[in-house]
Design a protein around this ligand. Structure first.
Ligand SMILES: C[S@@+](CC[C@H](N)C(=O)[O-])C[C@H]1O[C@@H](n2cnc3c(N)ncnc32)[C@H](O)[C@@H]1O
Length: 234
């Protein structure tokens, strides 16, 4: 299933030669991925900014974001309409989340769970400019610590931990709406450095079989030995 229904206020750059919309909120220009900058004039990190039709866009680097890498590699399921509520496990300093926040707009929310206090400091600065990113300093293994988070449409998980299947299942049971999506980045080397990556991926997918597998994408060579998986809560 492809969540590509246009949102309520998706202005786009249809008149600019070479610009096409990949999904609502995500554009392509000469192979580059773009989102519309929710905070014009301000970079979240060191991304390039482009002015098109008097509007500002941010260039989303697929070598620095697994979600961008998955889009470049042909991701078909993109469940981030305007207003979507997202629980992001392993948000780090918020690089990918900053693009998600452009895409889901101010009525959406990204609850960003992160265990590292250092990353959380950067994230807190980002959230001052993008208040619909809500930093949560916590261990994603203990979802009871952030039980106040509302039910969400999507869980995005990129924690690079060996028990990531268990982390996802616990959080999905608690927060993910029925029919909601879970996007999981699996790094083979974080789980087992000796086994072939494909074997690790099959093992991890067997562990999350309480969720339906919708789509799988290998992120190589943008991210070595990574599988990006879209799952759905039945
Ligand atoms: C690969 S990085 C995430 C990068 C980020 N998703 C992005 O695209 O901008 C993984 C992050 O998960 C965090 N992490 C690892 N284990 C965690 C846990 N149990 N709970 C919360 N965060 C965790 C790490 O501190 C690290 O910041």
């Amino acid at each position: 299933m492809t969540m590509s229904a246009p949102g309520r206020r998706r202005e786009h750059s249809g008149n600019v030669p070479g610009v096409s919309m990949q999904f609502p909120g995500v554009w392509r220009l000469r192979g580059k991925l773009l989102t519309r900058n929710a905070v014009p004039g301000i970079r979240a990190y060191s991304e390039d900014l482009l002015q098109l039709e008097g509007k500002e866009y941010r260039v989303w680097d697929p070598t620095r974001s697994k979600l961008a890498a998955a889009l470049v590699k042909g991701l078909r399921t993109f469940p981030f309409p305007l207003g979507a509520k997202v629980l992001y496990l392993g948000i780090a300093n918020g690089n990918t989340a900053s693009f998600l926040s452009d895409i889901i707009g101010p009525e959406g929310a990204v609850y960003g769970v992160e265990i590292s206090e250092r990353s959380m400091r950067d994230l807190a600065q980002l959230a001052q400019l993008r208040p619909h990113i809500i930093p949560v300093l916590a261990n994603a293994k203990l979802p009871g610590r952030y039980a106040w988070v509302e039910p969400v449409d999507v869980i995005y998980q990129d924690v690079a931990a060996d028990d990531q299947a268990e982390i996802l299942l616990r959080n999905a049971a608690r927060f993910l709406k029925k029919g909601g999506f879970a996007l999981l980045a699996i790094k083979a080397r974080s789980i087992d450095v000796t086994a072939p990556p494909e074997q690790v991926f099959r093992r991890e997918l067997a562990r999350v079989r309480a969720l339906e597998i919708v789509e799988e994408i290998r992120l190589d060579p943008l991210e070595k030995d990574h599988l990006f998986v879209v799952l759905r809560k039945p």
